[in-house]
Design a protein around this ligand. Structure first.
Ligand code: DGL
Length: 293
């Protein structure tokens, strides 16, 4: 049985890592929409249309049992559209605002995410529901996801940019300081060690990936009573795959995916082709860049 794990790039590998641990009997297909990366500043309607088109192909091709949208920027927008369009359980990821609000000692927490995620109504509602008794600082970072992609590929990163991006996360008020930063982008866990070095004081960096993996596993157990039989090893194991929508990931990404035991597979996405043809050089520069890549 296949589980899809989807992100705009390679950041969702932080969720795949956890998902594989709790659902080890399953076959995973990791999909990085690197042709659309970064998702942080996409218009909501255009991103929804794009992702629905991609999932159409992915679901037809792999007949997955479950899909994990390992991208906060997408999950805070698109879950209702995916659930109403496809007859498949979807699990998304959102910033760990509730746990942060429960655990903070100082009462000052920060949500560090893409501009898309911090601006979403869904995210604002999470704050209203679970953290209205706390002081919540929302930081939309425009360059961190890209830095994470570079760092994951072993490229040097501009630490001045990193420092500037995280600086607004740290707030002091009435003798208290931010003590928890909720990581609202699946790319950021790969930068935590770097971010720690440039943090003006120590904080907890909350990554919801493990909780999401456990949630996905619970959903799966509920819908599939055959799990125990498959854990026994009676089913033929299939290789875990990775698909990058650009069809031309860098050599470093190919190595990274291979090192994680993911076989790179090329996959055509008709919706990308038709979007590129109809929008090219009109309102959507992204469609053009898809073609160019
Ligand atoms: N990894 C994605 C997230 O969790 C966002 C990165 C991007 O495409 O901007 O929000």
């Amino acid at each position: 049985m296949t589980i899809l794990v989807f992100d705009s790039g390679i950041g969702g590998l932080s969720v795949l890592r956890e998902a594989r641990m709790v659902m080890h009997a399953h076959r995973f297909v990791y999909v990085g929409d690197d042709a659309g990366f970064p998702y942080g500043d996409w218009d909501g309607a255009a991103l929804t249309e794009r992702m629905v088109g991609l999932f159409e192909t992915l679901i037809e091709q792999f007949q997955p049992r479950l899909a994990i949208v390992a991208c906060n920027t997408a999950s805070t927008l698109i879950m209702p559209a995916l659930r109403s369009r496809f007859d498949l359980p979807f699990v998304g990821i959102v910033p760990a605002i509730k746990p942060a609000a429960e655990r903070t000692a100082s009462g000052l927490i920060t949500v560090l995410a893409t501009p898309g995620t911090v601006s979403r109504l869904y995210t604002r509602e999470l704050v209203r529901k679970f953290a209205s008794h706390r002081r919540v600082n929302m930081v939309g970072a425009t360059r961190l996801a890209r830095l994470a992609e570079d760092h994951m590929q072993g490229k040097p990163i501009d630490t001045g940019v990193l420092e500037a991006e995280i600086a607004p996360c740290f707030v002091e008020a009435d003798g208290r300081r931010t003590d928890i930063i909720a990581l609202g982008c699946t790319h950021y866990p790969f930068l935590v060690n770097e971010m720690r070095k440039y943090a003006p004081w120590p904080v907890d960096w909350l990554d919801p990936a493990e909780a999401v993996a456990r949630q996905a596993s619970a959903v799966l157990s509920q819908i599939d009573k055959d799990i125990a039989r498959r854990v026994d090893g009676s089913a033929q194991p299939q290789a875990d795959l990775a698909i990058m929508t650009s069809q031309s990931p860098s050599a470093a990404i190919v190595r990274l995916l291979g090192g994680l035991g993911l076989q790179l597979r090329s996959q055509a996405f008709p919706s990308l082709m038709s979007a590129a043809n109809s929008n090219c050089c009109t309102e959507s520069g992204r469609a053009c860049s898809t073609l160019r890549k």
